[in-house]
Design a protein around this ligand. Structure first.
Ligand code: SF4
Length: 459
């Protein structure tokens, strides 16, 4: 009798309110390459299914009038006068997204939430997260604040030490802890607690909370079969979880009905076991009565591109293909995990060209600034790619905690990267040395731009 009365009381109670915040960031350079707080919006949808009213404040606003046709756009930005940490680095720090003052004004205009969820993506952006938590705490002293995202997952102790305005800090695999916290702190039973490892069963992320939806990222898997020594994916997602083609197609149809034309796949593992997953999905996308535009900023693995996959990627609407090439040097290829060789890359390129892509639709990431790497290695890689008519994109190495390269070389960095995640920013070039200086990096960037222009003129 008491239990029944308790349940009746719960259902008659006023709905709880949750506020989702994507914080602003401090960085030396940042641009929205289809960036989006996907995990936060998934959690928002789960809460909505539990009867919460949800509101979103995305501090990472972009300059809409400068948005490109493919959906990319520059963030709002402002130079900051003082650098909020001590240390030896050059470059001018900027705040990207809205200011703390604007956030404060937005928050004071909304009805107080019961729960505030704050995400935090790159580890070295924690300064913005820290400020945003402080603002949220000040404006809503009674709300429960939860911090999640990549930063607390990779820098757990640092987050526990610094993010004292959060009532709960969760890593990416702690959804059950989050559910328990919610039930304990609100006194309400959550009726819907999906397992985040069943990607087919999750509600679609709540992009409908945004004023416009310029693109939607499609979550197709977690985890990776490869073990690249610079990458934290195997640590963050030790198991591989895949999403079925029907589920992804259902989501594309859903967003298409709401006017969305661009889709983003961040999945490095997209083509793994492609006969079972990617190929059926790509076939189904190609058979849709409309043509979505698809982008893959995170790169696909060259070793997994065969003729059929290349043809289907083109037919499904991939507007470009980015490949993680890393280096033309076999020794670097081996020491970074051996996922690609030049021979594999050339075979993948051949398949892509046969499949319908042109060379200017194919880009390859080249790593720069690895521990002990020489600048000539990067130049040779750029030359090699230019010789194939492929655009090289220099990707400056970011030391990420819980990766083999970080563990092995952290003491060689010129900043205390293990103590303060701020110094993990690749813009600070933590592994500069006399064989690869900041000047060399600047030279390589202009060299790569010039090669791009040259190969563009030849095509
Ligand atoms: S870089 Fe890509 S392929 Fe390598 S481990 Fe990470 S997710 Fe896998």
């Amino acid at each position: 009798m008491d239990a029944a009365r308790g349940r009746a009381k719960e259902t008659s109670m006023k709905p709880l309110k949750a506020l989702l915040i994507n914080p602003y960031i401090y960085d030396f350079a940042a641009y929205s390459f289809w960036s989006s707080p996907l995990g936060l919006l998934y959690v928002g949808s789960v809460l909505r299914r539990n009867g919460f009213n949800i509101e979103l404040v995305d501090c990472m606003e972009v300059v809409e009038e400068k948005r490109k046709a493919d959906g990319r756009a520059p963030f709002l930005k402002e130079k900051v006068e003082t650098v909020p940490v001590s240390g030896q680095f050059s470059g001018r720090l900027k705040r990207y997204g809205i200011s703390g003052q604007s956030l404060m004004e937005k928050l004071t205009q909304i009805e107080p939430p019961d729960l505030i969820l704050v995400t935090s993506i790159m580890t070295y952006w924690y300064l913005g997260t820290h400020e945003v938590l402080g603002i949220a705490r000040k404006v809503f002293p009674r709300a429960k604040i939860v911090l999640g995202g990549i930063y607390p997952s990779l820098c757990r102790e640092h987050a526990f030490r610094c993010m004292t305005d959060a009532d709960l800090i969760v890593n990416n695999n702690e959804i059950d802890k989050f559910y328990r916290f919610l039930e304990d702190s609100t006194g309400r039973t959550l009726t819907y607690k999906p397992d985040f490892h069943n990607l087919d069963g999750l509600p679609y992320p709540c992009y409908d909370l945004a004023e416009t939806i310029p693109f939607v990222p499609l979550l197709t898997s977690y985890g990776c079969v490869y073990r690249c020594t610079y990458c934290a994916t195997p640590y963050m997602y030790p198991e591989i979880t895949r999403r079925k083609a029907d589920s992804v197609i259902g989501e594309i149809r859903y967003w298409h009905d709401r006017g969305v034309e661009r889709y983003v796949i961040y999945d490095d593992n997209f083509l793994y076991r492609s006969d079972l997953y990617a190929k059926p999905l790509l076939r189904a996308i190609a058979g849709l009565p409309f043509s979505p535009n698809i982008y893959n900023p995170n790169a696909v693995n060259a070793a997994l591109i065969d003729d059929e996959a290349a043809h289907l990627l083109f037919a499904a609407g991939f507007r470009e293909i980015r490949i993680g090439f890393e280096s033309a040097d076999p020794a670097v290829q081996r020491t970074t995990g051996g996922k690609v060789t030049s021979k594999i890359f050339e075979a993948a390129l051949g398949a892509l060209l046969k499949g319908g892509f042109t060379r200017d639709m194919v880009g390859a990431y080249v790593l720069a600034g690895l521990p002990r790497q020489s600048w000539e290695d990067v130049q040779r890689s750029v030359d090699y790619l230019a010789g194939l008519g492929v655009q090289a994109h220099i990707a400056e190495y970011t030391p990420i905690p819980h990766t083999p390269l970080f563990d092995q070389f952290q003491t060689m960095a010129r900043y205390p990267i293990a103590e303060d995640p701020f110094y993990q920013n690749n813009a600070l070039f933590p592994f500069a040395w006399e064989g690869f200086t900041e000047k060399d990096l600047a030279f390589l960037k202009s060299y790569t731009r010039a090669k791009k222009t040259l190969s563009g003129n030849l095509l």
